[in-house]
Design a protein around this ligand. Sequence first.
Ligand code: GLA
Length: 392
Amino acid sequence: MKHCLFLLALALIYTAVPAQKFDKLANTPPMGWNSWNKFACNISEKIIMEMADAMVSSGMQKAGYEYIVIDDCWQVSRDENGEIVIDKNRFPSGMKYLADYIHSKGLKFGIYSCAGTKTCQGRPGGLGHEYQDARTYASWGVDYLKYDWCNTTTLDAKSTYSTMRDALYTAGRPVVFSLCEWGESKPWKWAKEVGHLWRTTDDIVDRWDAMIAILDKERELASFSGPGGWNDPDMLEIGNGGMTTEEYKTHFSLWCMLAAPLMAGNNLQNISPENKEILTNTDLIALDQDPLGKQGFCFRDNGDYEIWIKELANNEKAACLLNRSDEEKRVQVDFTVLLKSSDDYWVPDPYELEDYKVLDLWEHKEMILKESTLFITMPPHSVKVYRFLKMQ
Ligand code: GLA
């Protein structure tokens, strides 16, 4: 009996160790770049290397972006042993070479596959090859896996994604596991034990209305997101040309308020100064990456004018005013109300405005408040983002 217990304990330790290794990989929302939004299937080794170079030279790495992720279309078939075959025309030096190059820049390497028989672009999927693929990814030096949900017919999402998670654990290399099943089986309810982030919605489109439609779906999900497991409202479209600079500022601000993973999706080589300023706004990024890890909530909904609040560590807060309308708006803001706002009625209120500095995170200045209230004019589709910074 004692012998059996000892063996059981050993088995538990053995299975627990790899899992622990994966625990601290996403204490804050992952940040990086992914090829899909800009390049779709027109990817190559050259493009990925150029993006890694540009991630460093643009200052994005310094601002916190870390992962370079190749999305769909890098794979063409499986060989006679079932091993995945890379598109050699597009990636002539292979994935290990690319991973080494990306690592040499101090960045991390991500790849894409799919839980079904085929990826969304009809390339070979992972179904039935999970352990084999996980070993291959580990041998290449993969640090991040985005796992899609096309061609899965009647599969159960939780158990299918769990199989891939177990395969990754067994392969032993720590990998951020990004679940991409578009919110269909309400992954926010189960995915925290399986992966580090889960898509909540269909694919983003580079248009104002599509971006705002995603925001609306995040409202009910705030309580499910947190350190180690994040709601993923999809990748960023900043710089891809479908929205105005004002709208891209709004897109970025909202994703930071949501504590969303920040995966840039543009061509980093020819990024405009305006878009660079948006993507590298470290005051906004600090909201996204705040260690408390709380997703922001909609505190006031006045139709086309909303106020979003994000609680931060150290009893700090951020407030985002959002003008959703196509017209300029003049709004009255009461900073005491914003500071004291809460999604929980019963928490004792530790907030007094005189203990805080109020920072405007797009103007990069401290607000000098003669009174607690202020009138602000907001252009169409714009935001104002404030941080209540606790004075020591
Ligand atoms: C799905 C995903 C996208 C992208 C494409 C690639 O649509 O949701 O993010 O990965 O597949 O085919």
